[in-house]
Write a protein that binds this ligand. Structure first.
Ligand code: FAD
Ligand code: SF4
Length: 330
């Protein structure tokens, strides 16, 4: 492990000034991903700027009735927050489906969105990997890829994004707020993650040295009727091999509003807009739910060992929407 300097940031301008001046510095949230990657030699920062004492640890109502979640709110505090549990239950369920209690006590919202892939070639520095060493190749395509992407991947990288939280945030149109030495900015989560293309090492559109300060959720009455469902290879303490966040508003038997996002299928949490378009105004029944899942998965391009994800995701979407429909009409 490379030797590094450690310092605590006490205010946002001070934190972004350090990264603005030192391209080898990194922000440290809970450290639950970054420190592991440093031990593995994947990340080699010269300086860590600990952001946990910044005043970014609140969940607050916005003037329009949405929520503003500070970047250093821990996963545990986010999941337990009464406004999140009431207004965005899928977000609480997604966070609680991730990692373990101890990890959630340390992990922060900003760090969760920026955690790196769990592809085994990426974390093994003895192997080639386009994401870690651009141009070195992607051994996953012809090798171990049972948890690889089925949507939006390229021949250059088929890794999936591991976040559960990000899937629910994507379903609810979250906006990432950030600060740099040159000023503040905002990015809808939809535009936050870059398409893979030929540059899998470039993962987000955040400017260099940007500090995530908050994630804002716009008001969404439909989000109060939402759920998250995760499939994993162990009952707990495991990353998803497929997950769905969905919210459904049914009026007179017809889909009035719907949000769907998929996890562990792409390099980013995947908003299922084709499925949503297919469902709006249709009868809220199993046939419509299946047609919606098929509309989204028509673009799936699986590899030999992850083709199981196509029926898995279809079944997950149909099952979760059916549960939400039954809850709505109960
Ligand atoms: C054993 C294990 C199991 C896990 N299981 C799951 C799971 O099932 N589901 C799931 O979703 N996650 C899981 N995780 C991942 C965990 O959720 C992430 O490691 C965690 O959310 C990262 O948050 P952190 O604050 O610790 O980030 P850090 O490790 O501190 O940082 C991660 C990255 O974000 C950057 N960063 C941190 N904060 C900011 C900021 N405010 N602005 C800009 N950049 C920032 C850092 O520089 C770094 O690049 C698991 C982790 C482990 C170790
Ligand atoms: S899938 Fe992506 S992260 Fe995994 S080996 Fe290929 S390039 Fe690297």
């Amino acid at each position: 492990m490379r030797e590094f300097e450690y310092q605590r940031a006490h205010d946002v301008p001070g934190a972004v000034a350090v990264l603005g001046a030192d391209p080898e510095a990194r922000f440290l949230g809970g450290g639950t991903n970054l420190v592991d990657l440093m031990k593995a030699g994947v990340e080699r920062p010269a300086r860590l700027v600990d952001v946990r004492e910044l005043p970014l640890d609140r969940v607050e109502r916005t003037a329009d009735g949405g929520l503003r979640i500070g970047a250093t709110v821990t996963n545990s505090d986010l999941a337990a927050h009464s406004e999140v549990r009431r207004g965005y239950p899928a977000l609480t369920q997604a966070v609680l489906a991730g990692a373990s209690g101890q990890l959630r006590n340390m992990a922060t919202v900003g760090g969760n969105l920026l955690q790196r892939t769990r592809c085994g070639y990426f974390t093994d520095v003895s192997k080639p990997c386009n994401k870690r060493v651009p141009g070195s190749g992607c051994p996953a395509v012809g090798g171990e890829h049972h948890n690889a992407a089925i949507l939006g991947a390229s021949e250059h990288c088929v890794a999936v994004h591991p976040s559960d939280m990000g899937v629910a945030l994507t379903a609810f149109d979250a906006v990432v707020e950030y600060e740099t030495a040159d000023g503040a900015g905002q990015l809808p989560l939809d535009d936050f993650y870059r398409p893979v293309g030929g540059t899998p090492h470039l993962e987000t559109t955040l400017p260099a040295g940007a500090l995530i300060t908050a994630v804002t959720l716009p008001p969404a009455p439909v989000a109060a009727r939402s759920r998250y469902r995760k499939v994993r290879e162990r009952a707990s303490y495991a990353f998803a091999i497929g997950s769905v966040a969905a919210a459904l508003d049914v009026r007179d038997g017809v889909v009035h509003d719907v949000r769907i996002a998929l996890g562990a299928v792409a390099s980013r949490p995947w908003r299922a807009r084709a499925a949503e378009r297919e469902l709006l105004g249709r009868p809220a029944d199993g046939a419509s739910f299946a047609a919606a899942a098929d509309a989204e998965l028509a673009a799936a391009s699986p590899l030999p060992h992850n083709a199981y994800k196509v029926p898995l995701m279809r079944n997950l979407v149909v099952a979760l929407l059916t549960e939400l429909e039954q809850e709505a009409t109960r």
